[in-house]
Design a protein around this ligand. Structure first.
Ligand code: HEC
Ligand code: HEC
Length: 268
């Protein structure tokens, strides 16, 4: 009886240790592990955020030779096993072998020839800062108003197809994901509050807990409300504060602006 218990207990311990212990082996040659198997793992575990070919979506565009959080293979291993704190990048429960395969696939993406930009980034920069009025709602390198998400590193976070969709139909391509409520991966949600004295205010949710809600209006001003003082609180899922540019900008102009956005890679 006791022996059986001890046996089971030690089995349990070794199993849970095995499951928890991911150790990077610097001797692994990522050139030799199976890139194709890695692609399968990637499609199952990573593609829903990073796109089927790593082109980016909710997760970063991985079709780049240099990754900010994964400058070398040890860091890449860390990012995949433990995720990135405070962001939408989760930890995984893959085996070491699956992780190496996924790593080999991610590195192969970095060697893929980059898609040429769809338009002219220089023209796009002028449009962005002048005619198109994007700076009224977005911050790039400290300039602009932060109604929507900061775009300083949007070219590193998102891919071209995502950005094209984000501009033509913002509702189709809202930054998805669960909280964190702050930071570049915040779940952007438009809320409308009705106060007891009859005011109605719409804006982007900045923060919320059981008792209060903070929203930022279209001027960039943050308002704080106690929930007890509201007659109604509407959460407008699928509603975007960002205007759709399909009718205001030509396809060529959208291509130019997206080309400019793709050059924004944030701090190196
Ligand atoms: C739930 C969504 C989600 C899933 C699933 C996911 N990721 Fe991520 N990943 C993210 C987000 C969001 C980031 C960006 C974090 C940041 O920089 O703020 C990220 C970042 C990364 C980075 C760092 C990129 C850089 O520029 O430094 C790598 C590498 C990465 N993910 C690989 C993977 C791999 C491989 C998988 C599958 C095993 C995976 N991710 C699964 C959301 C996800
Ligand atoms: C009236 C405010 C407003 C204006 C003007 C505006 N945006 Fe936005 N934008 C937002 C908001 C709010 C979001 C967050 C998501 C949502 O609500 O759709 C957003 C989201 C985005 C995203 C997605 C960001 C991400 O991380 O996924 C991109 C890219 C973007 N905007 C680019 C632009 C460009 C380029 C312009 C100018 C042509 C522009 N925006 C004009 C408010 C605005």
């Amino acid at each position: 009886m006791n022996i059986l218990f001890l046996f089971l207990f030690s089995l349990f311990c070794s199993l849970s240790l095995a499951a928890a212990e991911f150790v990077y082996d610097p001797a692994v040659n990522l050139g030799q592990v199976d890139v194709e198997a890695g692609e399968t793992t990637f499609r199952i575990h990573c593609a829903r955020c990073h796109g089927m070919k790593g082109e980016g979506g909710e997760g970063t565009n991985l079709n780049r030779p240099r990754l900010r959080h994964a400058r070398d293979d040890a860091q890449l291993f860390d990012v995949i096993t433990t995720g990135i704190d405070g962001t939408g990048m989760p930890s995984t429960l893959l085996t070491n072998r699956e992780i190496y395969q996924a790593m080999a696939y991610v590195r192969s993406l970095g060697r893929v020839e980059q898609l040429p930009p769809p338009g002219d980034a220089v023209r796009g920069e002028t449009l962005y800062w002048n005619a198109a009025g994007c700076a009224a709602c977005h911050i790039v390198a400290g300039k602009g108003v932060g109604v929507g998400p900061e775009l300083s590193d949007v070219g590193a976070r998102r891919g071209t197809p995502y950005l094209l969709r984000a501009l033509s139909d913002p509702r189709a391509e809202q930054p998805r994901g669960t909280p964190p409520m702050e930071g570049p991966y915040a779940a952007y949600l438009t809320v409308r509050v009705h106060t007891e004295d009859g005011r109605v205010l719409e804006g982007m949710r900045v923060n919320e807990d059981a008792f209060s809600i903070l929203l930022r209006d279209l001027n960039g001003t943050v308002h704080s409300f106690s929930k007890a003082g509201l007659t109604r609180l509407e959460k407008l899922f699928g509603h975007s504060l960002m205007p759709g540019y399909e009718s205001e900008l030509t396809t060529e102009q959208v291509n130019d602006i997206v080309s400019y956005l793709m050059t924004l890679e944030g701090e190196p």
